[in-house]
Design a protein around this ligand. Sequence first.
Ligand SMILES: [Zn+2]
Ligand SMILES: [Zn+2]
Length: 138
Amino acid sequence: MEKIQNNWPAGIKRTKQRACVLSVLEHSEKPLSATDICSKIETDGEAVWLSTVYRVLEFFIKKGMVNKVNMMNNEMAMYELNHSKHKHYAICMGCNKIIPMNNCPMENFIPKLEDDNFHVLGHNLELYGYCKNCYRRN
Ligand SMILES: [Zn+2]
Ligand SMILES: [Zn+2]
């Protein structure tokens, strides 16, 4: 895994821990929990405290670089880079696997709202169920 980011954001002090956390998120196709990030950094041969990872994540969220995604009724907090295009995910209730959704059902959807002047800024959508493997096992 490469450690050098060419696109390090301006105005943000670069520390080793911040660079590690950002690099893990950049190389991940799906959102990760703080524990996932921590163990990925350790796999790379760096030592990092989970509390440090949380602190770095909170910092990135404040700077708008990272999104916090609450899953499983807010029981699980995951983190992903703040992409310009948002993504939805399906979560397996058997193994907690996260499967990205490649489309957004809201793209061509006109919501019927009682407040017809409601200004929509965003939405959340989460699918849950069983992945191929878990479904077969049931
Ligand atoms: Zn599963
Ligand atoms: Zn959407």
